[in-house]
Ligand binder design. Sequence first.
Ligand code: HEC
Ligand code: HEC
Length: 379
Amino acid sequence: MTLALVLGGSGMACESEEAFPNLDELDQLRSLHSLGRQPPRDSTNRVDGVARAEALGDRLFHDAGLSRCGTVSCASCHGGEGLTVSTAKAEGCDGHLSERNPPTLLNVAYNRWFMWDGRADRLWSQAVLPLLNPVEMNSDAQVVRARLDAVPDYVTEYQAMFGTTPSEATDDALLANVGKAMAAYQRTLVRIDAPFDADVRRFLTAVEAGQAEADPAYLGLKTFLRKGQCIVCHKGPALTDDLFHNIGVEDTGPGGGGQWSVLTPLLDWEFNAASRHSDAPTGTIAARLQTLRTQANRETLEGAFRTPSLRNLTLTAPYMHTGEQATLEEVIDFYNDGGGAAGTFVGKKTETMVPLDLTNEEKRALVTLLQSMTGATHH
Ligand code: HEC
Ligand code: HEC
């Protein structure tokens, strides 16, 4: 009640507030468009960017023979135009359902952390998780080795890339290397150049000409930056801060603890960026793990999930780590309510999550803005 009153007050003040964008907002807007055409190279993966590894990774990604049941490939849950499924959860071996909503793999190599809770710090090591997960591919090194050995081409390519045959490799090295080939492939899954990028560029020109308010993107951008506060977390060209926040998505299940629950397992993980399977175990990427250790803070990380990119949303419904919201309209209503109700999620909601008091026009402008973020170029 008090909050609503306070916000109502600032809503009134909006009538006489300074023109949009102010100088800070102009900087934020300038940082939004033009995601780099190539995701950064991963120094912990020596075959990243190697065409042969991309080709092998492509085949492995689509090979159901790597699963114990023989019917589930990575593509089973990351397929179609959106490289995800259209249901809240996806089906793995023997009809089991995944615990969370599969994220899209479009633009995945721009990410800094992987999984909704960030329990993998590298794209290649992430791949080990679905391979071994009993409700996903239910596999292990024996099953993977047998499959590679059954396809002569796989053995040749694997040896050319990693210097041993699959049967000579230790179990862990085999899984890490299969992950590295798959990661090389996934780095090519880029979809950029959205109408949004052109709209922001045009809007910036309109600002210079003193015509901001006349631009069709005015209300959407203004609401995204100002009243909606979306820019606090969805910033930069990928529209994410690469961090974790508790926004109160309904989840009191075993995975509801978010990043806080996975910190220690990640720091101790035999496949993390500082591990012996990493090709740069003492580099700057590995050093970030130490930052995690020193900054670990239960208050902010319990129930916190990774801020997803907002690119390509029209291809990736439903939304959130639970897939609880079917449409972008529902997402906006969730934020307009200040996130989920107390008691429906684990931990403490971040202070940024307060009721927004958006008008219907502002809600529609936000939905239109989000829709415009789907990329035109897929290469
Ligand atoms: C049964 C369905 C299923 C299969 C099979 C599957 N995934 Fe996933 N994938 C998911 C789910 C669910 C998540 C989210 C898990 C979480 O965050 O807890 C996910 C997350 C990911 C992510 C993290 C993306 C991000 O933005 O953080 C990557 C990368 C990924 N999967 C790649 C793969 C690869 C590679 C394979 C094959 C080795 C694979 N997946 C197999 C369901 C699946
Ligand atoms: C405090 C940080 C924060 C703010 C502010 C914020 N978001 Fe988010 N957003 C997140 C996080 C974290 C998630 C994932 C939460 C989860 O699944 O538990 C998310 C998820 C989403 C999703 C779902 C994406 C997907 O792939 O499932 C959309 C859409 C979205 N936000 C849009 C917005 C809009 C629009 C605003 C402003 C009205 C906004 N966000 C404000 C952090 C934030």
